[in-house]
Design a protein around this ligand. Structure first.
Ligand code: NAP
Length: 239
């Protein structure tokens, strides 16, 4: 059993105490910290064993979140799939950060949904997009905007907590991971490091001082899975 499974088993306590889900950032990067090759293009970085861990992690969380950039680039299903497993496994609730409702109604996370997705938008989203997504079975959460005009992440977490979501897996992409890190809203990270240099889209933009203070991990551990290194840790609470 991985330590983060124990941490996740305490998610309900976290929700009861804070009113917010336990937030895990779970993504794959190259040795130089790139998430993908080019902006807006998908690239499979994880090998088969670490991909299986990703699907286990999806199944261990109550909800999984990506930004609309990832929906448009990768068209992910955001389901937990473990080949060979005979019994069905718990599925996370897909959540998309999408201020202006750019998610297409034909997206795989809508059409192939095990659980109907929730889209976190703002009141500025166009009415025709709202109507099309509601007709496709999506639930839209209208949330306040932050200083950049995007969905306010603290408000989103409170809203998810009120809906009983005790754990949230944040899978990407770059802008969303940066936003969670910069606002110190992550509780733990589980990062797959694939053994290649890519020089592509960085998880954290260099020199931008997006992260004002160092964000340290504690309870750090790692394991090699195939050719990949998986590293995990809890985020130290801001002083
Ligand atoms: N390696 C991995 O594990 C992994 C995982 C996932 C994705 N990816 C890659 O990441 C790339 C996509 O990344 P991306 O940066 O273009 O898109 P993204 O992070 O998936 O989505 C960013 C968009 O989310 C919306 N958003 C709403 N509220 C936000 C908030 N508070 N903070 C940040 N974003 C908010 C914004 O669009 P609006 O202004 O329209 O709301 C923003 O442009 C793709 O190449 C994909 O393949 C890699």
């Amino acid at each position: 059993m991985y330590p983060f499974e124990t941490w996740l088993s305490q998610a309900q306590d976290h929700l009861d105490k804070t009113g917010r889900p336990l937030v895990s950032l779970c993504y794959a990067q190259s040795l130089d910290g790139s998430l993908s090759d080019q902006p807006g293009k998908p690239l499979k970085l994880s090998g088969p064993q670490s991909s299986e861990l990703t699907h286990q992690l999806r199944s261990l969380h109550a909800a999984i979140l990506v930004g609309v950039g990832t929906v448009l680039a990768d068209n992910p299903r955001l389901t937990a799939r473990l080949p060979g497993r005979k019994t069905s496994i718990p599925q996370p609730r897909p959540v998309v950060l999408d201020s202006a409702l750019r998610t297409p109604s034909t997206a795989r996370l809508i059409q192939g949904a095990e659980k109907s997705p929730w889209i976190a938008a703002t009141s500025a989203a166009p009415e025709d997009r709202r109507a099309a997504l509601l007709a496709a079975g999506v639930e839209i959460m209208d949330l306040p905007v932050d200083a950049q005009g995007k969905v306010s992440l603290p408000d989103l977490l409170v809203c998810l907590g009120q809906r009983g979501i005790s754990s949230l897996m944040v899978e990407g992409g770059a802008r969303v991971l940066q936003a969670f890190l910069a606002q110190k809203l992550a509780d733990q990270v589980i990062i797959t490091i694939a053994p290649l240099f890519l020089g592509g889209v960085p998880v954290i933009e260099p020199w931008g001082r997006i992260i004002q203070q160092p964000l340290r991990m504690i309870e750090v551990g790692s394991q090699q899975l195939g050719a990949d290194l998986v590293i995990w840790g809890q985020c130290m609470a801001p002083a």
